[in-house]
Design a protein around this ligand. Structure first.
Ligand code: SAJ
Length: 437
């Protein structure tokens, strides 16, 4: 830790203190806006100078109208200079924790951020890790890195973990009102972290008995979601063979007022959380000799959905007498979920890869990801294809007049997010196949 700098000139009354946020992405940027709104001086550390400049000038690098409006009303000192951390009594790490190609957790960004804290933060700093990590990372990875050079937890720094719960694109549950869980290595660290979050959140913060428990809460939240999606994906596959409409059955099951929680089949599971977090627990448990068969099976089922979707298209084209080889296929959507631009782990990319492998001529349009689309608009794409695969349930796709498909000469529709009704599509003489419907 750097020696505490000379006492800064008297800060304006409104400032509650200075908080540093490392990583201004889907998690860090909303948190920075909220802390600034609540009266903190916010120093945001990013890697790219152009991103720092963009945020300093009040422009969000994330295409999200609500976030953009928020950012235009607050001031965030975005910078690439880690020395700016010297002014921060609290530093929140909000960097990505992806998995690598072999599905092993990649803690590289976390290690890099922690090293910057160790080298530049003032003595006594509170370090809060918000990135999702498997149980044990705070004590076994972060703590030793911070303690290098003789620094001591409780004296030179305090360490806490408050797993992020951002749901990108959600207008109701936001960083402001989502309840949180919190764990720390020491009572003093827990107290300071609680004080920080009490100053910015309008939601309950539950203290866990340990930092490891706080890490575990997030992992089971998202693993729970992944296995439930895998469950309904497997049901969708069997119900297709049984000729049962899985959506109707889900609606029926939802009439039970307890002990059933609806999840929906789709062409695959994307995002930076659900398809990633279970691997953290799988890998960690493997280190202590436990094999998470169920979590792995759920991942296997969800990872099989893009290929299942492409197989549905092959069959649909077969039914209209068209080989997939040489057929022009339009893929609708690249983002991993509706009405956002985030494409991380999106199943659309696997669908596109498999279609090309089978010799299809693939066109792509996503209104939220124009830079990776091959066509400038939905009409332009429809004019060029004989079949479509919907992979993201963006609003412009959900509200598309189906007669536009007919007029464009589309012959087969595979609905990877079950946004359309089979009867409505087949009434137009088009072949339709959904996921379980
Ligand atoms: N998906 C399905 N079927 C479902 C639900 C989702 O196939 O029933 C797919 C989506 O299409 C998407 C992926 O799974 O490709 C993830 O969808 P998601 O709604 O879980 O979206 P995320 O990844 O943004 O999840 C976030 C998570 N929040 C955090 O990790 C902090 C998750 O915990 C939330 O439950 C989720 O938002 C939410 O509830 O919307």
């Amino acid at each position: 830790m750097a020696r505490r700098p000379r006492a800064p000139r008297a800060a304006p009354r409104r400032v509650r203190g200075t908080v540093g946020i490392i990583g201004l992405g889907y998690v860090g940027l909303p948190l920075a806006c909220l802390a600034a709104e609540k009266g903190f001086r916010v120093v945001g550390l990013v890697r790219a100078p152009e991103k720092a400049q963009q945020i300093r000038s009040g422009h969000s690098p994330i295409r999200d109208p609500r976030l953009q409006r928020w950012l235009s009303k607050v001031s965030i000192e975005a910078t690439t200079d880690p020395r700016s951390l010297r002014a921060c009594r609290t530093i929140v790490i909000c960097v990505p924790t992806p998995v690598d190609a072999l599905h092993n957790p990649d803690l590289g960004p976390v290690r890099e951020a922690v090293e910057l804290v160790r080298r530049h933060a003032p003595r006594g700093v509170l370090v809060i890790l918000e990135s999702t990590v498997n149980p044990g990372v705070s004590e076994e990875v972060v703590l030793p890195l911070l303690a290098r050079g003789g620094h001591r937890e409780g004296r030179d720094f305090h360490l806490a973990h408050c797993p992020e719960r951002i749901n990108p694109g959600d207008p109701h549950w936001t960083v402001r009102n989502i309840p949180r869980v919190l764990g720390a290595l020491s009572p003093r660290g827990l107290k300071r972290a609680r004080t920080f979050y009490a100053a910015i959140l309008e939601a309950a913060v539950t203290s866990m008995r340990s930092i490891r428990e706080a890490e575990a809460v997030k992992i089971i939240e998202n693993s729970f979601r992944d296995i439930n999606i895998a469950f309904i994906n497997e049901i969708a596959k069997s119900f297709t063979k049984l000729g049962i409409d899985v959506l109707d059955v889900i609606e029926g099951a939802k009439t039970k007022p307890f002990a059933f929680m609806a999840h929906y089949p789709s062409c695959g599971v994307g995002g930076h959380c659900i398809p990633v977090d279970p691997y953290y627990l799988i890998e960690k448990a493997k280190q202590v000799g436990f094999d998470h068969k169920f979590l792995k099976l759920a991942r296997e089922i969800n990872n099989s959905m893009p290929a299942y979707t492409v197989d549905l298209l092959v069959r649909a084209l077969n039914d209209v007498g068209r080989p997939v080889k040489g057929t022009r296929v339009g893929v609708l959507g690249l983002a991993y979920k509706r009405d956002i631009e985030d494409t991380r782990e999106s199943p659309a990319f696997e669908v596109i890869r498999l279609l090309k492998e089978l010799g299809a001529r693939v066109e792509v349009f996503d209104p939220y990801v124009p830079e990776q689309s091959t066509q400038p608009s939905l009409p332009a794409l429809l004019a060029k294809v004989d079949a479509i695969v919907l992979t993201t349930d963006h609003t412009p796709f959900r509200t598309l007049p189906l007669r536009d498909l007919k007029r464009a000469g589309v012959r087969a529709v595979v609905d990877g997010k079950n946004v359309w009704k089979r009867a409505d599509v087949e009434r137009l003489g088009l072949r339709y196949q959904g996921i379980g419907v």
